[in-house]
Design a protein around this ligand. Sequence first.
Ligand SMILES: *Cc1c(COP(=O)(O)O)cnc(C)c1O
Length: 429
Amino acid sequence: MSKKQGIGTRCVHAGYNPGKGEPRQIPIYQSTTFKYETSDQMGRLFDLEESGYFYTRLQNPTNDIVAAQLASLEGGVAGMLTSSGQAANLFACLNLCSAGDHIVSAGNIYGGTFNLLGTTLPKMGIEVTFVNPDDDEQTLNAAFRPNTKLLFGETLSNPGVEVLDIEKFARIAHSHGVPLIVDNTFPTPINLRPIEWGADIVTHSTTKYLDGHGVAVGGALIDSGNFDWEAHADKFPGLTTPDESYHGLVYTQAFGKLAFITKATSQLMRDLGSIQSPQNAFYLHLGIQSLHVRVQRHCQSAQKVAEFLVNHPDVAWVKFPGLPGDSQHEKALKYLPNGSSGVLCLGLKGGRDFDNRFMDALRLVTIETHVADCHSCILHPASHTHRQLSDAQLRAAGIDPGLMRLSIGLEDADDIIEDLNQALEAAHV
Ligand SMILES: *Cc1c(COP(=O)(O)O)cnc(C)c1O
């Protein structure tokens, strides 16, 4: 076997290897349906006896190229694309849990995922216990119940940019006979490949760095193929007992290491229909082809900006794992030696009015509800996403009222720094 290609080469080529006279760039299969010659051919597809495309609500060849590309980058056996990052995390949970089951999740996760796990899944009868991921193993173990089906966390949390101790989380999950599922949106597989540290399933909001240009909302699931569902068969009947909607087929027996993704595709995607459009999958693929070049630049520029801000007299604090004094720095040296992401958080000394004058004075950095694309942008949760809350309520929710999330884009770092500098000056009236 030839040596495994470097990750940059795989960003450009993985998932697609055209033959003679075929398109160099991946084709967009803009078709809802696919043609067959005989009734029997079509019937075999519906029995999952043969693989093939029949309807784009379940599967599409363009999407599958990009899913295979992502599986290669993460070091997994298979992947699937979903319509959003929210759908990816929902599918990861629903593929293993039904009413009466329980999930343990890190509490410092993206607000949308926190709502999904904390509000919507409980309405469906799935209970969730949030834990502080930095607690010791004994405390974390105590959150597990006999009906717990998975442990969830973010490898680098949004917005707090806190680094997950993946080895610790994997050890805890496996000691309870359940998989570790991690959202790897912020580091991307360029900076961190959680499967190498013991994670079983990886999810992404592809809307962020993977797309990287603010073009298309999307998500992805990648399975390592490492979790032994059969060894814990009583916990995962959806994978290890007959699926009556496919004439009694058992996913683990029929598909082995591909059981998790096959079930998510042929059952959840069939029934919930949250597939990414082939056009968006094409945009995503374009983004991933330059991911290794872009991520490096985002990280280098964020490092420069963080070093500028931490030394600025108007800045009260900066959170960025690449700063030697940061609470996450030690974990970052282990899990993110090449950089964390382009996202950092900061607080200013001047109070709420000063914060607003600073943001209004920015010219290059824009105010946006987004992160992780080529445009630098800023968001102030207390004035934007969480504006209905008082300062006391914000603190109770773990959000510093002064916290601003700054996402460093692909502009020249000197221009970003100059813009921040002039806006800090302008905020002094
Ligand atoms: C944005 C985000 C999501 C949700 O993704 P959408 O594509 O917006 O649905 C989930 N997890 C993380 C870490 C995110 O940053």
